[in-house]
Design a protein around this ligand. Structure first.
Ligand SMILES: [Zn+2]
Length: 71
């Protein structure tokens, strides 16, 4: 299937992965979808897209971008 929808940059989309960083201890947890909740292994804090600590450069990884699937 081809996606024909226009892509807006700098907008969090449900299929974009964001960097989850614990707001309490600053531990980098993982790249995950914004609707995920991750449990910080260090302090037990639940990190969501709402409370995650955002890095200076808040990058998002598209999950379907061929250019970024090399990782
Ligand atoms: Zn933590």
């Amino acid at each position: 299937m081809k996606k024909t929808e226009e892509r807006k940059k700098n907008e969090i989309r449900p299929d974009m992965q964001v960097e989850f960083i614990c707001p309490r201890c600053g531990t980098h947890l993982a790249w995950a979808l914004p609707n995920m909740e991750l449990n910080c292994p260090k302090c037990g804090n639940w990190v969501t897209n709402q409370n995650r600590k955002k890095p200076d450069l808040d990058l998002m990884l598209p999950t379907d971008d061929d250019q970024l699937t090399l990782f």
